[in-house]
Design a protein around this ligand. Sequence first.
Ligand SMILES: [Zn+2]
Length: 479
Amino acid sequence: MSLLIKNGTIVTATESKTADILCEGETISAIGENLDAPGGAEVVDAAGKYVFPGFIDPHVHIYLPFMGTFSKDDYRSGSEAALVGGTTTLIEMCCPSREDDPLEAFALWNGKAAGVSACDYSFHMAVTRFDDDTPGKLRRIVRDHGIASFKIFLAYKGAFGIDDHELYATLKLAKELGVIVTAHCENADLVAELQQKLVAAGRTGPEWHEPSRPMSVEAEGCHHLMTFAELTGAHVYVVHTSCRDAIEAITTAREHRGVKAWIETVIPYLVLDKTWAEKPDFEGAKYVMSPPIREAAQQEVLWKALADGTISTVATDHAPFDFGTQKHMGHPDAGKCVDAQFKPTGAGGNFTTIPNGIPSVEHRVNLLYTHGVAKGRIDLQTFVRAASTEAAKLFGLYPRKGEIAVGSDADLVVYDPEYRGVITAESQAMNVDYSAFEGWEIEGRPALVTVRGEVAARDGAFTGTHGRGQLLRREPTHA
Ligand SMILES: [Zn+2]
């Protein structure tokens, strides 16, 4: 089966040009003017539209046991949502608890995707404990399964978080293997102290989540990681960076101490501010994630850092929990709200028992285009770089993914900048009962999305094949 996309404006991280793209089999076979369609090829007229490389979301959670419950998507709904929104590759956090065996955890996570996902995928392997057996198991995961990145948590003490001894050992091993380490940077002890203080003072609503994890606590986590990266030489990637103080802790280490560090932000931080988490009647719980969404002034800081290249990638940290039941685990009347699958929280809930996450895998690309490109905050090259190419380069997928070139996978997004629509929970593919962006207007959306040559979405409707998605083999590149 072949596909000829004609007359589109091809946009990559480095250039824009008008040309035709021929896809044969699973890859791009020719790029040029006035290409002829082979017999039987589908021909798509992309005049007036952009053609982008398939977008990569390098930070999602699909299978996520967290705070006594599970995030709502599986690879069926999750990959559909990704594809209708233009994302053709997901990199999921494989997040075992401290008690779990890493090899068994990898098999469990991979088993959720294999045979189900309609888009390609890989995993960042979380290191949530480091003992004598850990190095051998991590080496096998890297070597046997093509996993070229780890994930560590400085937050979530007692669940995923590791201590400094484990942090040092993990970074040392990563350096040896050439594996990049992605990291959630918040000081876990400070968060615990502040949570306790606020709850004791009766400050229990969702609006107190942000004050329990202030910018300084995130910046401290970043500084902490930078010190360990400096002393081990490991390459690190700070996930979901929310604010100026955190960025400064990283750029200072990068510029003055030679630390190899990259910065990710996520779409909620670019378009939401903390007043959303202050909405009455517990509605603020829809907007609880960690680090928290910040004061409005931080949005412009992030857009500027994205435009000038300080921030490398825009991901989502997609983690969907239903508002009506799961988010209500943090409601003062939580005991009345829990359903059978949850452990009852006993006494009333508070902001510390609201499952963290803002569902956004479906809307990342359209929100970034609408609020970034269409508003003139970032140019098209920055848009492609941050939402696709840079993730491919950092995580060992380039130039197979993140590029439009002969020989690259035919993962393409024909994007209609003239489309106008509205985000609603009712019309979304994500399996969750609310949208954090309900009623928001969108300028532009994917008209056609391909995964390795197969059309997987058209005009907001999924047309792909479940089970066709592949685990992408990645080689470590951060020696
Ligand atoms: Zn995450």
